[in-house]
Design a protein around this ligand. Structure first.
Ligand SMILES: Nc1ncnc2c1ncn2[C@@H]1O[C@H](COP(=O)(O)OP(=O)(O)OP(=O)(O)O)[C@@H](O)[C@H]1O
Length: 844
């Protein structure tokens, strides 16, 4: 049976009474189930009374806990969706000592209240009065969903890992559709949550679902929430449902499919440009990150479908003459010598209506031509790039010439070194897809779509067996990665690859993560963006806060540098705090200035993570010049400036409860914009700044594990260190090794992990380092069955037995491989024996 519990209820349980209350709730629920959901048939020991005359027509019941305490609940209410009708909904907890409750007795002195509340009857009367106007609206009140078995975990669970009742807007996103669905939503509006609920609903059917994210740590989070939903739904077979959903980090998945495990990162590109192209870099006068963004997002990542020539040689493509004839007759194309040239615009237009068989063939032909084109062109053609509209490319024609030249050189560098980047592997993957070498999915869900390039999105679309079975979610205001995300273009790519038009779009604006103050500040950022850059109708909207708590936003303008150090030191010693800096460079500055290490994140690293308390360090100061330009000059419609807004937006929306800014050189004109939202401090006071709650060793340890799962090894190591637990030593060593791997020292990392007996992780490192012998060793040490090892080698295009045969006999551990192999042979022999026996039996 499902149980609903409001946050109000949880927040009103008096400290220290939690487990007692939980026990009472649990007893009551069990009684309710035992009485077959019939309140009046419950045992006499359970004392329940109804509060009469609620003005909103809500039936509220009081469960007596002791003389002064009551649990307020309702059931069978139409406030919730029908699937929860049988559920008990715990609305509030009230106890007669509650100051807030007494405070509501306006005009009555404390003594009078005390006298009034002497008898239990008057307490009841008092409660009845208090709840006369009470109402419950699941769209405004945060409500958890649990069940009888998981009730015990209710209070020790992290809020962000709980299962919640979805509001109506969120729930609408789950409706079955016969068109692709987009969910756009502000930070904390529940996009990820909805996606996982969708995966859960889909998994009830025997189909294969893919769930993609761009950040590897979000894969883990998504899996966990999925498992949590399963746990809260014991009526389904968890193992069955789990098998149907495949969670992937997009690039890992593509790497695996094309068997290329190393792609060029931004850092490598940066080194190449600085060392090998200093002159071009100087001539360009554009930041390296912006160059990377242009190459990744546009020159290599864009699908120039509107501008290419849809021309095919009719003989080579073996086009039927009747098809050509109809295409020409309908004005969907013309013949030019041996070529048929399709009129793309006309075909898109045709898609809006019902297509006859010829039109459908023409549309599919157009898709095929586009696919071929994409495979054969690693870059968009120069003439197209030079002519791109300003909404896609902001650079002057001379800069475009240089950017294109730089991209050509970059391509040469890649092929000379045998390297590839993300867009290249996406193209290779597309090739496999076209050759039908990739198993398709019945449904494809993708989160963080704003971080993908068009070619990556195109791959995702193609992965769905039926292209209507797609759910994409993202937030353009969180675009801080080098991509060129354009909502309209994604919609149009979708139209391109689907045979008919139409998709469903949802826009979510309720913020479930942060306090009202944080949401107000986020809205203030939006206001400033609209004021300076002009209104972007699709992407500029205001958010609505849902969380009840209220905390001011602190602005710490230290009177003396020592005060700042005290704040930072304290922050670093609290597991619930994360310090956010704009980028790697500022992180180094921070560490140098403060001589401190700890949970310090760049905005890029903290993206997708939420914390109780965020301290932003120089997030605005770092881009002082850009902000001054934004505020003081005419930058109307200059969309490149959105990046600075996005960066600030991502940083501040990570905070659940507390947010504090430390800005060493904030442009005064920018400060003025946000001043009204800030509560300023110049000296450090632990209590005033709500940093007085100390952290335990276990809390640090748990946080460290969380960071490690998200591959934030540096931060994980410091939290493990802070935990001071003995077992953390091994964890630290593992994180160090994994860090080496991330830096490109794959083999060294593999050796370290083998030493730590972390064979699975070691195998991944060796594979990335192309060290096949050690890769095999790590697989063997995992004691994987021979068949699986063989499969792994086949994926890399080699045969494991031949490989072993070629090895030096002195490699002693190969004996372990032989053992696995003989085990495999033995099993096969047994199967053959059994077959022979059966044949004999059949023969009689
Ligand atoms: N209906 C809901 N009731 C209560 N909490 C919710 C609800 N929906 C989402 N949340 C919580 O709000 C937080 C943000 O949700 P989620 O991560 O799904 O949002 P998001 O839109 O993907 O955020 P971002 O884009 O910033 O990563 C999470 O802690 C989640 O548990």
């Amino acid at each position: 049976m499902k149980i609903l519990v409001t946050e109000l209820f949880l927040s009103h349980i008096p400290q220290g009474k939690e487990s007692f209350v939980l026990q009472k709730m649990s007893q009551f629920v069990h009684e309710y189930v035992a009485s077959k959901f019939n309140m009046s048939a419950m045992r006499a020991g359970v004392s329940v009374r109804e509060i009469k005359n609620n003005r909103n027509g809500l039936r509220i019941f009081k469960l007596r806990i002791n003389k002064g305490d009551r649990i307020l609940f309702t059931f069978d209410t139409d406030r919730v969706r029908s699937e929860y009708r049988q559920a008990i909904l715990f609305l509030d907890y009230c106890h007669h000592d509650d100051q807030a409750m007494r405070g509501r007795m306006i005009g009555v002195s404390n003594q009078q209240v005390e006298e009034y509340l002497t008898s239990e009857e008057s307490i009841d009367e008092f409660i009845d009065q208090q709840y006369i106007n009470f109402d419950y609206d699941p769209n405004r009140v945060i409500t958890r969903v649990i069940n009888v078995e998981t009730m015990g975990q209710l209070l020790d669970e992290r809020e962000d890992k709980a299962v919640y009742y979805l509001n109506d807007e969120q729930f609408e996103c789950l409706a079955p559709t016969d068109a692709p669905t987009f969910i756009f939503g502000s930070a904390g509006s529940g996009k990820t949550t909805i996606n996982i609920h969708k995966a859960f609903i889909l998994a009830m059917q025997p189909i294969k679902i893919a769930y993609f994210t761009y950040s590897s740590y979000l894969v883990e989070d998504a899996k966990k929430l999925f498992q949590k939903i399963l746990e809260e739904s014991p009526e389904y077979r968890a193992d069955e449902l789990l098998k149907r959903v495949h969670f992937y980090h997009l690039n890992d998945y593509i790497s695996q499919e094309v068997s290329i495990y190393q792609t060029v990162s931004y850092e490598q590109f940066r080194t190449w440009v600085i060392e090998r192209q200093p002159l071009l870099l100087k001539q360009l006068g554009i930041g390296i990150y912006d160059i990377w963004k242009e190459i990744r997002g546009i020159i290599k990542g864009m699908i120039p479908k509107e501008w290419i020539d849809y021309r095919v040689n009719m003989n080579e493509w073996s086009l039927a003459s009747d098809l050509v004839e109809v295409i020409v007759k309908k004005g969907l194309g013309h013949v030019d010598g041996e070529d048929l040239v399709l009129h793309a615009e006309k075909l898109y237009e045709a898609k809006t209506r019902f297509l006859d068989q010829y039109e459908l063939k023409a549309v599919l032909l157009m898709h095929q031509i586009l696919d071929q084109y994409l495979l054969n062109h690693a870059l968009i053609p120069k003439e197209i790039y030079l002519k791109l509209d300003e909404q896609y490319c902001l650079y002057s024609s001379s800069q475009r010439e240089l950017l294109y030249e730089l991209t050509l050189r970059y391509q040469m560098f890649l092929s000379a070194e045998g390297k590839v980047d993300e867009n290249d592997i996406a193209r290779q993957f597309l090739n496999r897809l076209m050759n039908q070498n990739v198993p398709l999915f019945d449904f494809v869900i993708a989160d963080e779509i704003q971080d993908l390039t068009e070619i990556q999105i195109y791959c995702l679309i193609r992965l769905a067996r039926n292209r209507n079975n797609l759910l994409f979610s993202g937030d353009i205001n969180q675009t801080i990665r080098p991509t060129y995300f354009h909502t309209g273009r994604i919609e149009s790519i979708l139209k391109t690859s689907n045979t008919h038009l139409g998709f469903i779009k949802h826009q979510l604006v309720k913020n479930y993560r942060s306090t009202k103050e944080v949401v107000d500040l986020a809205n203030q950022v939006v206001n400033l963006r609209i004021q300076r850059l002009g209104l972007n109708k699709k992407n500029d909207y205001h958010e609505i806060p849902i969380r009840g708590e209220q905390h001011p936003i602190y602005y710490f303008d230290a009177k003396h540098p020592l005060e700042m150090v005290k704040l930072i030191e304290t922050g670093l010693n609290r597991h619930y705090v994360a310090i956010v800096v704009p980028d790697e460079e500022e992180k180094k500055n921070f560490e140098r200035l403060t001589q401190q290490k700890g949970a310090v994140f760049t905005v890029e690293e903290i993206k997708g993570i939420e914390k109780e308390y965020i301290i932003c360090y120089n997030v605005m100061t770092k881009y002082k010049t850009a902000w001054e330009t934004i505020i003081n000059q005419d930058v109307m419609y200059q969309n490149q400036y959105r990046y600075y807004f996005n960066l600030l937006y991502v940083a501040l929306t990570r905070a659940r409860h507390h947010l504090c800014f430390i800005e060493e050189d904030m442009p005064p004109s920018l400060y003025e914009q946000f001043e009204s939202e800030f509560l300023s401090f110049d000296t450090f006071d632990e209590t005033e700044l709500k940093l007085n709650q100390l952290s335990t060793d276990n809390q640090f340890y748990k946080e460290a594990q969380l960071y490690e799962r998200r591959e934030l090894y540096e931060q994980a190591i410091t939290e493990y260190e802070l935990s001071q637990l003995e077992e953390a030593k091994t964890d630290i060593a593992r994180c160090r090794a994994l860090m080496k791997n991330k830096e490109g020292h794959h083999i060294e990392a593999g050796h370290d992990l083998m030493h730590l007996k972390e064979y699975e992780k070691a195998a991944l490192c060796y594979r990335q380092g192309h060290d096949r012998l050690n890769y095999l060793k790590a697989l063997v040490f995992q004691e994987l069955p021979f068949a699986q090892i063989q499969q792994e080698f086949e994926k890399e295009g080699s045969d494991v037995l031949t490989f072993v045969y070629e090895q030096d006999v002195r490699v002693t551990w190969l004996k372990r491989f032989n053992k696995l192999y003989s085990r495999h042979l033995l099993k096969q022999a047994q199967v053959i024996d059994r077959m022979i026996e059966t044949i004999h039996e059949l023969k009689g």
